[in-house]
Design a protein around this ligand. Structure first.
Ligand SMILES: [Zn+2]
Length: 325
């Protein structure tokens, strides 16, 4: 088992120096996420799942793009590859202006103001980390460092770090589905794929070419919230049902961008409302089914079930989740 820890801040309270990282580490403890605001300029730590060797879900990548924009957008930046594997690319970018960072699903693009190839395309994969911190000497294997002499953004262990032109990025993007966090996303695009598919809705939601950025937690939780059987084939769903699932993903995932944690329980099912202990888990939020196998459903008291599909754990309530349409 594995998990991720990261140190995000809400953009509205982002201090000048901050850490935002998504490192891989051994799974096995509880979370220590903060519940109070932090002093300006201090470091604090937010633990999050993700567990079972998962790639961070899309909200983490959108938060990372926001942190990069807060630190560097509109400034000329120093770009280097201390480890050397991105050195040739870094050399042509060094000293140019960082226009903006964008996220699309689990992909991050950093747009540098120069002709030809100017887009740094990053996918963290399972073990990648991207950490923003006060300027300091390089430690460890840093594939890419972006800095301004005050703050360093250090990328380590990514699955992908490459320099692309617009056409090459378009080809990557064309393979990605609609991202519920993006304003330009259109639910009818994934719906055309879902309505034609005999695959289960739980598989379809995890397919990055259909819904980009949705990971194991959001898919399990959104299916619970709509009482959908995870085994229901996409083609059995009604358009209105998928539209409602999509709209819910938009709300849940954007809330995740704002808070840095995944909370999916309705107000009546919070620990406070139910008089139950708060959840202890690395993803740091209150959920209905994710990693709750054997525990009682918060709605109907039935034990939550778990099954492994394509190497991923699927969690659901067999009593609440019976809808196929
Ligand atoms: Zn239930």
């Amino acid at each position: 088992m594995s998990g991720f820890v990261f140190w995000p801040w809400g953009r509205e309270v982002l201090p000048r120096f901050f850490l935002l990282t998504v490192p891989f580490h051994h799974d096995g403890g509880g979370s220590q996420f903060p519940t109070t605001s932090f002093p300006h300029g201090s470091y604090w730590k937010l633990s999050s799942t993700i567990g079972e060797g998962l790639v961070p879900e899309g909200h983490v990548i959108h938060r990372l793009a926001g942190a990069l924009n807060d630190a560097f957008a509109g400034q000329s930046v120093q770009v280097s590859s201390p480890q050397g594997r991105f050195a040739a690319e870094a050399a042509v970018l060094d000293g140019e202006v960082l226009r903006a960072a964008h996220a699309w699903g689990k992909h991050l693009v950093i747009d540098i103001d120069r002709p030809a190839e100017h887009l740094i395309h990053i996918h963290l994969g399972l073990i990648g980390t991207f950490t923003l911190a006060p300027h300091a000497p390089v430690r460890g294997q840093v594939r890419l460092r972006i800095g301004d002499g005050v703050t360093d953004a250090d990328l380590r262990g990514p699955q992908t770090c490459e320099l692309l032109d617009e056409a090459a990025w378009r080809r990557v993007r064309e393979r990605l589905g609609a991202d519920p966090i993006r304003d330009d996303a259109d639910w009818t695009v994934p719906w055309r794929r879902v309505r034609a598919s005999g695959r289960s809705i739980s598989e379809l939601l995890m397919d990055q070419s259909i819904t980009a950025g949705v990971g194991n937690i959001y898919r399990a939780e959104v299916l619970f919230r709509h009482r959908i059987d995870p085994a229901a084939p996409g083609r059995d769903l009604r358009a209105a049902t998928f539209h409602a699932i999509w709209d819910d993903l938009v709300v849940l995932m954007r809330a995740g961008v704002a808070s840095g944690r995944i909370d999916t329980v309705r107000p009546e099912h919070t620990p406070q409302a139910m008089g139950r202990p708060a959840r202890v888990d690395r993803h740091g939020g209150e959920v209905y089914v994710y990693r709750r196998a054997g525990q009682r459903c918060l709605v109907c008291d039935t034990p939550i079930e778990q099954r492994t599909v394509a190497g991923r754990h699927l969690f659901w309530c067999p009593r609440c989740q019976r809808r196929h349409h």
